[in-house]
Design a protein around this ligand. Structure first.
Ligand code: LR7
Ligand code: MN
Length: 574
């Protein structure tokens, strides 16, 4: 699965002062890491037209594309890069610095050509003649970055030029969100000076990716906007299937399949159209991936056809510029990172559009395990964004998110204008969205109990620190804190004790969280409101806290034993 297990770390990364963003004294390291691949040298800063090179196949297409680098250079065809076995101390330090700065292996990236070749991941269906309309609208490609590594940023831009028909690219708009690395300054302008299609915009202060994207949009002129993260690689034929959907219906918002570029080896991993995922979310308002649901599969003859997706991951998508404006773009009061993907997803569906994943279009993205850059001072940025989202779009369902954050909304600013926007557009209800677009989502209010599960003798609560993306993890007793989060559970009508899509599971050893399978067995529990016991179906044992009070255990049921008695919040069996 796409390993975007960012969130916990991202929260931890917050709380820093703005000024701390600027790391003085880094210059020397940074200058060293601006390595240019030897095979690229001749092309840097120089425009070489395909026709000039005498390659007739390039006529009218990819005029900025240089000839491919030699087949045996590192990372070609998306192959993994391995670092030399006997590295000097200096090299090792450069490798560490690269990881430190970027949360991916920048050293490996620097070894790879910025024009490296990639495998063609498309299904044969995608290449059938006449598959796409002839007159597709052009797009501006907006790439926002904050302190992106040089080789990675350049490879993103070149992959756009090298693998898109020239007439379909209006401009590539690079939005520098107040980076402080030297290569993001004049060096960037010099490099792209020979590329008339590249516009470089600079945010005068740190805006965060949401307002940076809006800045880019204000300078866009093409009928379609395409957003990419600054560490992507577009594959052959990525663009036409996206634009085709918008050409057919301007309210269709489209995402490519996001392939994983390995953070360590930069290997390009792709999945065929049978393995396509769609986006969802949970009641922490966190995005997650799912297989294509049965009801959606049935709508298609071929697995390469575009599929409806309840949500988008956020970074990589195309949208009709006018439709984006009609939807009120993004909430400009979202800071730094997060939540904007759900905002755009919900309103696309609720306000008359559709959101699709297009399996014929593949773009790689470097998935990181932590956020490398600084967040804003004092406030929990992600929470503020999510509360704004919930206030405006979630109707009565907002309460399920608020329970997860201990009902403490904090200061989320003024959302009047956003509510007016929703009114003005006459958008449908969130209930409509859940019923029609995301019927798979488990609704806490449809459960028998939701909230904390507190042990009566000890006042300790069932607690699991497993992150939503882990799906599996330990369950331990922890002092009840009333803040939701790791102590938020739902007892479903089917007898599951759930945390979103993970379920309390007992297979004879420890009580753990395990992906819900819906077939009772080790995940089937019954609560008896008289005895206060939680009894396990397949073992007929009772959930308890051990005598040392440091572990959740299963014991033979003993009605008098207080360690086996529990209080379920919001218990309503009717
Ligand atoms: O303050 C900032 N200013 C920026 O310009 C912070 C970030 N950025 C830039 C950054 O350089 C990058 O190009 O914004 C882009 C996204 O930031 P990432 O790469 O740190 O985010 P991410 O890939 O971890 O997170 C995903 O969710 C985000 C939620 O706000 C954005 O929507 C990202 O675009 C999104 N990425 C993807 O959808 C790629 C697939 C990941 C998944 C799942
Ligand atoms: Mn990213």
């Amino acid at each position: 699965e796409a390993n975007n297990n960012n969130n916990g770390d991202l929260m931890a990364g917050g709380g820093l002062d703005d000024n701390a963003d600027i790391n003085e004294g880094d210059e020397s390291i940074l200058n060293n890491v601006i390595v240019q691949h030897p095979n690229d040298r001749v092309y840097h800063g120089k425009l070489i037209a395909g026709a000039e090179r005498g390659n007739p196949n390039d006529e009218g297409k990819n005029v900025l594309a240089p000839p491919s680098p030699p087949k045996d250079s590192p990372g070609e065809m998306g192959k993994p890069v391995t670092l030399p076995a006997n590295m000097t101390e200096e090299m090792k330090k450069a490798v560490d610095d690269g990881w430190q700065k970027n949360a991916f292996n920048q050293y490996a990236s620097d070894m790879i050509s910025v024009h490296r070749t990639l495998p063609d991941p498309r299904d044969a269906w995608c290449k059938e003649p006449g598959r796409y309309q002839k007159d597709l609208p052009a797009t501006d490609v907006i790439i926002c970055f904050h302190n992106e590594a040089w080789s990675v940023l350049l490879r993103t831009v070149h992959s756009v030029f090298d693998r898109s028909p020239e007439h379909l690219i209006g401009h590539v708009i690079l939005v520098d969100d107040y980076s402080d690395m030297p290569h993001t300054k004049k060096q960037l302008e010099d490099y792209f000076a020979a590329y008339p299609k590249v516009k470089i915009l600079r945010a005068p202060k740190r805006e965060g990716l949401i307002r940076a994207r809006l800045l880019g949009a204000r300078h866009a002129t093409s009928p379609v906007l395409t957003y990419l993260d600054s560490h992507c690689e577009c594959t052959e034929g990525w663009l036409e299937p996206l634009l085709d959907r918008i050409a057919r219906n301007s309210t269709t918002v489209v995402c490519p399949v996001i392939d994983v570029i390995d953070d360590t080896t930069l290997e390009y991993h792709y999945r065929d159209s049978g393995g396509v995922n769609v986006g969802g979310f949970d009641w922490n308002l966190q995005f997650n991936w799912h297989g294509v649901p049965e009801r959606e599969r049935k709508r298609h003859k071929n697995s390469a056809e575009p599929v409806y997706s309840p949500t988008m991951a956020g970074g990589l998508f195309s949208i009709d510029r006018k439709f984006f404006e009609l939807l009120g773009t993004y909430d400009p009061d979202f800071d730094i990172w997060g939540g904007e993907n759900l905002e755009l997803s919900f309103k696309t569906w609720m306000c008359g559009g559709t959101l699709e994943i297009v399996p014929c279009s593949h773009v790689g993205h470097i998935f990181r395990k932590r956020s490398p850059y600084k967040w804003r001072s004092g406030v929990n940025v992600l929470k503020k964004n999510s509360v704004r989202l919930a206030e405006v779009w979630l109707d009565d369902y907002a309460k399920y998110y608020y329970q997860r954050i201990g009902n403490d909304k904090g200061d989320y600013g003024d959302v009047t204008a956003r509510k007016e926007l929703r009114q003005r557009l006459g958008c449908k209800s969130f209930k409509w969205y859940l019923d029609n677009v995301y019927p798979e989502l488990f609704i806490p209010g449809e459960s028998v109990a939701y909230g904390e599960i507190a042990n009566i003798e000890t006042d300790m609560c069932l607690d699991s620190a497993a992150k939503p993306d882990d799906m599996q993890g330990a369950v331990d007793p922890y002092k009840c804190h009333g803040l939701g989060g790791n102590q938020y559970w739902m007892l479903s009508k089917a007898g599951e004790i759930r945390r979103d899509e993970a379920c309390l599971d007992y297979a004879g050893h420890d009580v753990i969280l395990y992906p819900c399978h819906g077939s009772k067995g080790n995940q089937f529990w019954t609560f008896n409101n008289e005895t206060k016991q939680i009894r396990h179906g397949s073992s007929d044992k009772c959930l308890a806290i051990n005598e040392k009070r440091d572990k959740i255990v299963m014991e033979e049921c003993n009605g008098g034993q207080l360690r086996q008695q529990w209080r379920l919040e919001n218990y309503d069996p009717s």
